[in-house]
Design a protein around this ligand. Structure first.
Ligand code: ZN
Length: 415
């Protein structure tokens, strides 16, 4: 076993240029979502796999958003590990703030720059090479390995992971490993659940001097927003092992997601992301629309939040309420086997012992957790994620690749 692991690390070392070239080419193959046309980036993966004579399937319920799926059986029976990464990336917009070409994958001072560099073409590259290396020694492995490279993560995956999970149950497996950005010091075993709500406030409206004619939709919005803050006081009741993990991880959570993050991981948060109201300074607004992004921690039910929201909204007869989007919070065992495997490998490769945490943002890993499959995320630090000058240090990139390769190997070497 030690010999096999050594062989895998040597292969990565020998192939450094090739792996890096693949990763940079993957960034250059633009795949912003929206619009979400990932054909060029998916073809980049297909070319690598075909060149290695690795068989794969393209599953494309929406033709411009293909998913790549590959699977092999080991030499003996065992458990089924699934690797998952997404192909699409955030859009760049006007490219404000970028000092490098967002689609250039420039290598500057030991860093690779580009949209998707950390979210998540580094992690998806790690999954792809993990699959490639382990397929070469499949006879020595137990169980089964599946690779899923999906489109459409940035828009919640109706044509990507969600489609595969529902229509291709063979991709569910016994455990999932995903390389979304996490930072090298944390492993993510759960994530909060976004609940997006829209409030529309309608009043007759009037001339701005005739305030006796109509209530103001924007003033009602202001009072409504202040009252909605009550949802952040709904208490969470997570399971004991999650509480223990989160308490132990507080410093690492702040280090990975910014000071203050640990305090909000176990809490309901409220963000009013959009307010649209009023046409002109001298008119009493007759309409205002608010969009609220409420994040549910582990141990809070959607219905509890909705009950509170409906109670508040009932105090404003002018308010209409509509749900835009919801994904339940998800988690799996913070001290599960894959966590132990990842911790040991990260310690060996980087000298740090990562801690299990819950992430604030969402990933496709939740879809596996919903099906009862333990799903863990370990990937590069999120430098510039969703912002400008997104980048990954080359050394961090190779740590992620090596960690995934060794961890998948370890999982499939055990009976
Ligand atoms: Zn992502």
């Amino acid at each position: 076993m030690a010999h096999e692991r050594e062989g895998l690390l040597q292969a990565i070392e020998r192939d450094r240029e090739r792996i890096l070239d693949f990763y940079r080419g993957f960034i250059r193959a633009k795949s912003p979502n929206p619009p979400g046309d990932t054909r060029e980036a998916a073809a980049h993966i297909g070319k690598l796999l075909s060149g290695e004579a690795v068989q794969y399937r393209t599953i494309a319920p929406k033709s411009e958003m293909p998913n790549i799926v590959a699977s092999f059986e080991g030499g003996a029976g065992g458990r089924h590990l699934v690797l998952n990464g997404h192909i699409d990336v955030f859009p760049v917009g006007e490219g404000l703030g970028w000092t490098q070409d967002p689609w250039g994958a420039a290598l500057v001072d030991g860093r690779i720059y580009g949209r998707g560099a950390c979210d998540m073409k580094a992690g998806t590259t790690a999954s792809i090479f993990t699959y490639l290396y382990l397929s070469r020694i499949r006879d020595k492995l137990k169980g089964k390995l599946t690779l899923t490279c999906v489109s459409d993560e940035e828009t919640f995956g109706p044509w990507g992971a969600r489609y595969l999970i529902e229509h291709h149950p063979e991709v569910r497996g016994d455990c999932l490993l995903n390389g979304e950005p996490s930072g090298l010091g944390t492993i993510r075993f759960g994530e909060k659940g976004p609940l997006w709500l829209a409030f529309t406030i309608r009043t007759p409206g009037a001339h701005g001097a005739y305030t006796h004619f109509s209530a103001s939709a924007t003033k009602i919005a202001g009072r409504l927003i202040a009252e909605l803050e009550a949802v952040t006081r709904i208490p969470a009741r997570p399971p004991d092992n999650v509480v223990r993990a989160l308490e132990a991880a507080a410093p690492a959570v702040d280090a990975a997601m910014g000071k203050g993050a640990a305090a909000i991981v176990p809490k309901v948060t409220l963000n009013i992301g959009v307010i649209h109201g009023g046409l002109k300074v001298n008119m009493v607004p007759g309409e205002c629309r608010l969009e609220a992004d409420i994040r549910l921690p582990l141990g809070v039910e959607k219905e509890e939040v909705m009950r509170e929201v409906r109670r508040i909204a009932a105090g404003f007869p002018e308010v209409g309420l509509e749900e835009i989007n919801y994904s339940a919070p998800s988690w799996c065992d913070p001290f599960g086997e894959m966590v132990e495997i990842l911790r040991a490998n990260v310690k060996q490769l980087s000298g740090v012992t990562p801690v299990p945490i819950v992430s604030l943002g969402g990933t496709d890993a939740r879809l596996w957790r919903y099906k009862g499959v333990p799903a863990y995320v370990y990937g590069p630090p999120p430098f510039g994620m969703g912002s400008y000058d997104e980048h990954v240090r080359v050394e961090d990139f190779f740590r992620v690749v090596s960690t995934h390769v060794l961890s998948a190997y370890d999982y499939l070497s055990r009976g």
